[in-house]
Design a binder for this molecule. Structure first.
Ligand code: HEM
Ligand code: HEM
Length: 136
């Protein structure tokens, strides 16, 4: 498996642990103020990054390596901006964080676009490297 996939999975696991612990804290405290943070750290962090890492592992040598790392950087920085800043917005109502959150959201969307380009580039790169039944 390529190093970029390990990087995706390891960061996804960190977000997954943070998201689950936050879910437990919400459940125990019965304070669901941070529910959107919990939902998006889990869905953008654990789920989305694991899907991307899984794709690059399946693509193997056919993946575009630089695009994969650009995807990794954009998606991670996006989550690291949006998660904590959304928490600040929800808890403190501090609207000054909104422009920085918007920057994080643009990075997340751009990361997804880069992922889409990487998928298309992989599809156009030669025959299947492994002898799977999905060569067509
Ligand atoms: C130990 C693991 C987890 C715990 C203790 C936990 C706990 C919670 C709690 C207490 C809520 C609030 C429910 C409410 O306000 O009605 C919630 C909502 C939510 N959780 Fe989790 N959660 C866990 C894992 C996950 C994971 C892994 C995901 C996604 C992959 C996830 C996605 C969501 C979503 C999307 C919501 C919002 C649901 C809605 O809109 O009503 N959770 N969770
Ligand atoms: C840039 C990316 C994203 C932005 C800006 C965004 C924004 C939002 C907003 C504004 C809400 C409404 C929150 C509320 O009513 O309190 C929401 C809810 C939700 N989003 Fe997202 N979202 C993004 C990505 C995603 C992704 C990738 C998933 C799933 C894979 C997802 C799943 C959900 C779910 C399940 C809810 C309902 C739970 C909740 O209220 O937190 N979102 N999102």
């Amino acid at each position: 498996m390529p190093r970029v996939s390990y990087a995706f999975f390891l960061s996804a696991i960190v977000y997954g642990i943070c998201g689950m612990v936050l879910g437990m804290v919400m459940g125990i405290s019965q304070d669901h103020t941070l529910m959107p943070v919990h939902a998006h750290v889990n869905l953008l962090g654990w789920v989305s990054l694991a899907i991307m890492g899984g794709f690059y592992a399946l693509a193997g040598d056919r993946r575009p390596p630089r695009l994969a790392w650009v995807n990794f950087a954009l998606s991670n920085i996006g989550i690291l901006l949006v998660g904590p800043l959304l928490a600040v917005l929800l808890v403190k109502g501090d609207m000054r964080v909104v422009p920085f959150m918007a920057l994080g959201e643009v990075m997340l969307v751009t990361g997804m676009v880069v992922f889409g380009i990487a998928v298309l580039r992989t599809a156009r790169t030669g025959p299947q490297a492994t002898s799977g039944s999905v060569a067509a």
